[in-house]
Design a protein around this ligand. Structure first.
Ligand code: CDT
Length: 307
């Protein structure tokens, strides 16, 4: 029996501070409906989907900051999105800022099945940027506003497959995909907010889109998995972010790609047996991997030779 699914990536345009919660939720409902009309079983939203990417600026007032976080789960901020997804029988992945009962703060991603049950939560491990404000055109204060995720890279069974979650900067790190592939994940869903301009390394500005796809395509190919990568794109609070949302096959090929920097739904029929075929052959971990020969250093340095 072939194992095929239709998955959708719900790219979002900017979410400005002045936009109402109802307006953002309305845009998301429309994307859920478009995904369902294409027969999708899963729709994936970006990192911090329903709020502006607030690590791009300094917030000193604690109440102002906490307004961007959801207690444990993102359902309360946009209940209509979850209600519509349940009505249409579609699973949903959504990135959000998580505040726990103990006031711990994480950049999180969650997978809900078609009945609305939470089946997987992930907390971002690779937080980019700084813990203190920098002299720069815009900030990247994830280390100030979030703790490093404490859940590892968990994987959940869903709809006859195994799914893992990641968030934005995680996609640049080889370990992200490998940790989930070794647990049998066949699909990795991730959202991102990626500025076109990197203040302290402007030489990569022209490469931002290339690096986005390079990272996801390499992760997919080297681990024989499907990757669904979803942007929050366009100019948000003065920061221009890339689009380029993509669905990537285990071959490393991009099978669907967004072309705008606005709300846009892309989808693809994905063959999960492609994962099996690649993992039985070229990427048969049990037969070909040799971790005992990698000489992994217990306390890695920055990797910069002069330090
Ligand atoms: N949100 C997030 O993780 N953004 C980072 C910016 C890094 S700047 C090169 C990203 O990896 O896209």
């Amino acid at each position: 029996m072939s194992r095929e699914l239709v998955v959708a990536a719900a790219q979002m345009g900017p979410v400005e501070r002045k936009e109402s919660v109802e307006s953002v939720a309305g845009r998301m409902v429309s994307l859920v409906e478009r995904a369902a009309s294409r027969g999708s079983q899963l729709v994936v939203f970006p990192e911090l989907a329903a709020v502006p990417f607030f690590p791009h600026w300094v917030i000193d007032d604690r109440q102002e900051l906490l307004a961007y976080y959801d207690l444990d789960e993102p359902v309360g901020r946009a209940p209509d999105v979850f209600r519509r997804a349940r009505e249409l029988g579609i699973a949903i992945v959504i990135g959000y800022a998580e505040r726990t009962e103990q006031n711990r703060l994480f950049n999180s991603n969650a997978l809900y099945d078609k009945s609305g049950e939470l089946i997987l939560k992930y907390r971002k491990v690779h937080l980019p940027g700084f813990g203190t404000p920098q002299e720069a055109e815009h900030q990247l204060l994830e280390k100030r506003y979030f703790e490093v995720g404490d859940l590892g890279f968990p994987v959940a069974e869903w709809s006859g497959t195994k799914v893992g979650l990641a968030i934005c900067n995680d996609r640049r790190w080889a370990e992200t995909y490998r940790a989930m592939a070794l647990q049998g994940a066949e699909i990795v869903c991730l959202g991102y907010n990626t500025p076109v301009h990197t203040p302290h390394l402007p030489e990569i500005d022209t490469l931002t889109n290339f690096h986005n796809h390079l990272a996801m395509q390499a992760g997919a190919y080297q681990n024989s998995m499907w990757v669904v990568g979803v942007a929050k794109a366009g100019v948000e609070e003065g920061v221009e972010q890339i689009g380029g949302s993509a669905i990537v096959a285990p071959s490393g090929e991009v099978v669907a790609q967004a072309t705008s920097q606005a709300d846009e739904l892309i989808s693809a029929e994905i063959d999960l047996d492609m994962v099996t075929r690649y993992r039985r052959d070229i990427f048969n971990f049990a037969h070909h991997r040799r971790p005992e020969h990698y000489g992994i250093i217990a306390q890695p340095s920055s990797g910069v030779v002069s330090e």
